[in-house]
Design a binder for this molecule. Sequence first.
Ligand SMILES: [Zn+2]
Length: 402
Amino acid sequence: MRRLDRREFQRLVLGCGLAALVPGGLPGCGRDDGDPADYTAEDVRLLAEQMQREAEQAGRGRFGPLRFRGYRGLAELPWFELSPEGRLRTVVELPGIIDIHTHFGMSVVLPLDQTRRSERVEHLLDCDATNPGCPLDLDVYVNANFSHEAHQGLSRELLKGAFGRGATRTHTGANLLAEMDDVGVARAAVLPIELGLPLLVSLSERWIRTIQEQDWQDRLLPFASVHPGDADAPARLRALAAAGARGVKLHPEMQRFHPDAPEAMAVYAECERLGLPVVFHTGRSGIEPEGLRHFALPRRYQPAVAAFPGVRFVFGHGGARDLEAAIPIARAHRNVWLGLSSLGVSQIDRALAALGPDRLVFGSDWPFYHLATTLAKILIVTRGDDGARDALLRHNADALLG
Ligand SMILES: [Zn+2]
């Protein structure tokens, strides 16, 4: 294989995959792709309105202001403290939490040493880089906490991370397990994303193997990802399930497919045969390139969940800034759960009121954020309701994972 320099890699190989996470995108990315015809002016308006309303109302809901300094600042809440080494940890008894949404470092070119421990995890949105940390408001969609510069830094980190460099060196299985121990997470689903581009390694295979070799299966549940555009996707899925995959992760924006496309339907059909749940990225986060947003509109997921009532689907990020469009789909389809990663406290409260406690599951999106970020929000919203708390933190995910 010819050596690619970083620039060439960015253009040719990484393409626009990681661009879904990066404001402004990468050079040559963010153009309209697929069939954006039904991305309407009304869609554009709804996103802008959600962002504006959220900014105006943050801290004015029934939970009041929820602003902290860094992830460490969450130690002010009654459920957390800082250890003598400065690590944030849980101080109350919680049911062994199940996290439906984590990733290892997306080192798609060079392998990462998954056993490496670091003094501090440099989360992709690194709110503890300074002390005191960055202002962290739990009452907004999480990415609203990060400045333009921080988002530019994220873009650089993702590129370095493809080569196993930079902050990604700290996004290891060993560091994830240590943070899980700190906050009381018993088990976590680890989600690869298959970019469907040549020359990249399969994270699915590599991560399944690592988890087995390290004997981490009791705590880390490896998921598989396939690219729906790959004609061999159903066969690959069978092989990955045989190797030990516990579910499937699909990201319509990063993988650039519509969730209701025929080739995606073939993937869900295979998931049904294999009994594998699907964790989707769902909805618009508001920081992805505009040209990718049409892939993630909740209405494009409805035909999928309707056609496969036997498949358990998680809408990751609960539909993100499109939560209001995701709620009626979850209400109409019992096989849909909303993942809670990234949502603000008022959004989680709204989802709980609309759907009840049985349809929501804890997800952290580690290593983007500290595991305690979404945990703190759930503890705030479910204060005084242990039944709902246990359902969101553990029992629903238990049922979902089978
Ligand atoms: Zn994620």
